[in-house]
Design a protein around this ligand. Sequence first.
Ligand code: NAI
Length: 300
Amino acid sequence: KKLPKACIGANPRPVMNTAVIGSGVMGSGIAYTIAGKGTRVLMTDTKPEFLARGMGNIQKLVYTGLKSHALTRKQARETMDRIGTTAENVPLHRMDVIIEAVVEDMAVKKSLFKELASRCHEKTVLATNTSALSVTEMAADVPNPERVIGLHFFNPAHLMPLVEVIVTKHNTPEVIATVVKFVQSLGKTPILVQDRPGFVVNRILMPYLLGAVQLAETMRDPWALDDAMTEFGMPMGPLRLLDEIGFDVALHVEKTMRDAFGDRIPRSTLLTSMVHAGMLGRKNGRGFYRAFGSKAGDQP
Ligand code: NAI
């Protein structure tokens, strides 16, 4: 496949060993995607129980793949064999690409990158799966900022074809070419985007989703919004999509977008109240919909 203009003449480096930091919704999905396409991946998290939950997500994906005949038994076994896990601060010198998918918090991501840089090779590409935060700022304390880049996968990572490659002024053509080829090797379509709040997809999507939340606040039957938008032609309604994203993640993205765009971002207190009430969406079975798809307002 052709490489974009920004990397013409550059030699992409081979990607044989990868690590994914954070084994939540996105980290586990990205690790499964990488392993499924033949590349080794080490998935890390801060506690063994979080890793066990991440591996549980991956096992569900493998099971679904087997049931639908998208995967053979051999492919399933080989995919699982390519995934390692650790909750320790192991050396990462062999890694060609490391993708972080930890909580959407600038301070956490900044200190994580600084720490990762001290544990890997100076050429290891450090990628962030951030939804909306500045990649340039994340690279501020990294000794070689040219290797810090955004790789924004969408949820569910194994199914969504688009990956935003967020390019900063520091990135070399070689780094851009390496990640573009890597994304293509995963069977996905990379698009190069500038480092600005929400990049391209969330810049367009978040005002739509938050507009739906604002409307939902005033409606007796907010689920009618999902019916309307699917009839309109969207593959799923905005409330169901927010369940998939996770209310905590959506709230972080809302903050970044409001800091950047002020009142152009629809205001509502509903997401905040739901997070305070312990509702996180599909990941803990408490969203606009219950687990198994029934509306949260329905009698169990
Ligand atoms: P999540 O809450 O499901 O998972 C985060 C994981 O990171 C947790 O397992 C947590 O224990 C772990 N973690 C936290 N600090 C860590 C550290 N220092 N080292 C290792 N692990 C650590 O969150 P989710 O939804 O997977 O989001 C992760 C990132 O991906 C965020 O930046 C989010 O904005 C972004 N993202 C989320 C999407 C979504 O639809 N949920 C879509 C695209 C991007």
